[in-house]
Design a protein around this ligand. Structure first.
Ligand code: 5GP
Ligand code: ZN
Length: 139
């Protein structure tokens, strides 16, 4: 897609440090290296994010994630890994070509701070919400 930085990386118009490539998927080092080995896995098909992704493309991309993640772990010596994805600006998406972040973890002081606010569970509300979501599940 014109003006998509990751499509330009796929075509070679913009250079990248590639770690894996096949006919449908590319993985390369994130330029910002949140931790050493921070890698992005992307479909070669231009799709905005997971909210717009077909099951087929998801299968293609996610099926490659474990082997790429293991390679990153072996090469870096990481002791764990966060695998993350941001969808839309409110969630932190800045590049609008779907990508999965592999963020190797090295210890509590490796610079990554993640957490969620916890709320007291309201089980009736949870049951209602689960029902309303379940009704919306389609292909
Ligand atoms: P997002 O915030 O959309 O989840 O992640 C986009 C990621 O793409 C960021 O972590 C950013 O560092 C990375 N990025 C942006 N432009 C480039 C680029 O030209 N090359 C590479 N390798 N990574 C990029
Ligand atoms: Zn693109």
């Amino acid at each position: 897609m014109d003006n998509c930085i990751f499509c330009k990386i796929i075509s070679g118009e913009i250079p990248s440090s590639k770690v894996y490539e096949d006919d449908k998927v590319l993985a390369f080092l994130d330029i910002s290296q949140a931790t050493k080995g921070h890698t992005l896995v992307i479909p070669k098909e231009h799709v905005r994010n997971i909210l717009e992704m077909s099951a087929e493309t998801a299968e293609t991309v996610f099926s490659r994630v474990p082997k790429i993640a293991r390679a990153v772990q072996k090469a870096t010596g990481a002791i764990g890994m966060n695998i993350l994805n941001n969808n839309e600006e409110v969630a932190g998406q800045t590049v609008f070509h779907a990508h999965i972040h592999l963020v190797p973890r090295y210890g509590a002081d490796d610079g990554i701070h993640m957490g969620f606010d916890e709320h007291e569970p309201d089980f009736a509300a949870l049951a209602n919400l689960a029902d309303s979501i379940a009704k919306e599940v389609t292909e």
